[in-house]
Design a protein around this ligand. Sequence first.
Ligand code: NAD
Length: 497
Amino acid sequence: MTHPYNKNIYPGKIFHWMNDSETESATKQYFQKYYPGNGDLLAEVTRGDKNDINQAIELAKEAYKKWSQTPVVKRSEIIREAVLLMREKKQELAEIVALECGKSKKHALGEVDAAIECGFFFAGEGRRYFGEVLTSAVPNRHVEIIRQSIGVGALITPFNNPAAGVAWKLFPALVCGNAVIIKSHEDTPYVAIWYAKIFKEAGLPAGVISVLQGLGDEVGAPLVSDERVKFVSFTGSVTTGQKILKATAERLAKVSIEAGGKNPFVVCDDADIEKAVSLAVQSAFVDAGQRCAAASRIIIFNEVYDDFKKKFLEKVYTLKAGTSDEDDYGAIINGKRTNQILEAVRKAVKNGAKNLVDADNENFIIDEKYHGGYFLNPVVLENVFVDDEISQNEIFGPVVNLYRVKNLEEAIRLANRSKFKLSSAIHTKNIDRAQEFIERYEGGVVRVNGPTHGSEPHMPFGGTGLSGNGWREPGTKALDFYSDWKQVSIDYDPEKI
Ligand code: NAD
């Protein structure tokens, strides 16, 4: 299927962003970005190296001196200007997101709207950049804590939801007075460049944002290892997160890791089954399951298991993958990941899992309309053991497991069985059950009678265990990551007045 992509919006060559302009790497090498909707070459992307990193860091260090001294209200005014421009040009950004991710324009627009709201939220924070006044046991001592900027930071984002991914990090980092280097994802290289251009138009000084293109090993790893980089905000796979923690351990850099999920969706016997079915389908297959908050483990009480399963499958059969606004979800980001998902499903089936939707286990949509695109049919698995790889590892695709449990106790134990502890949902009409689950689920998000995804820009989001190391984005809690608290005490002497 050919996507009507606009060459004026999406360039054939993508560069770094340095010193307010698009810059080719001195390596003169390129890697390829393909359109997930049909496998066509979308762009050649400049392939950065250590020299580019050095240049970006020096620019950021210089720009940081002035930017960190710019009053926070002024900084937030520039953010507001940028967000107003984003709103004006949101169709353009949505087109870029749709192209890079192989999703529909409608879904891309939803993401862009959320990114814009995130921007407005942090623009407002400039006038609410409060410290705190504390008490003291010492007479005539005034004590307060104030926020201070940190310095040059690396922002590393995943490929899914690239517009929101950049927004969650960039806006709070800038309002807090830092200079940043965004390491673009290989699969979504242009979104960050688009942001940088918008910020230039909004009046952000050169060097406060740089964008580097390149591979994880060649650009991501040396960037986070550089001691001039004072903080790293990373969202992506847990494996990369662990590498970053190791690379930054010696210098104790401030590091936020937001990693994957294996999110449980619990359906009790008193749940509103129609609603639970509808939200479970949405939670499992949103963005083809390429969401950290996607539900991948549906845990159902025995009494309603068969009814739920029947209705769930009926709805799943109606799902359509594709890139039009009528489709339910889009493509898998690239061929390699598509094969990894299929491999994981095949292995699970080999280990005894039952694929309820596609008994032959051939999940590529081979309809001519989609020829060449990385589209997968939904996969619903039954008979999986709780410690199987398919139960424990994040698949990041349209794959969901169904589990049968006796009661709430078993449901909670199963929900907590994964090392990933990010989001969750419980469906029940019983407030006591809901409260018990809220207290005992060990992850960072619980939704009662809702989907597992759908956080809003002012809500702190994040997990524990392998899902994250405790920081929260976005919302006001994000300011605690992008600024450091400084304790100030002032001793005064009334005798000397
Ligand atoms: P990934 O770890 O493969 O890549 C993320 C980025 O890290 C890329 O830009 C990559 O080039 C870079 N990178 C690779 N190696 C690096 C290294 N050694 N040092 C520094 N950077 C390096 O992640 P992905 O697969 O693209 O993203 C999907 C993952 O992100 C999923 O696990 C998903 O659950 C997670 N995610 C989490 C959240 C959250 O808020 N918790 C949100 C969205 C996605």
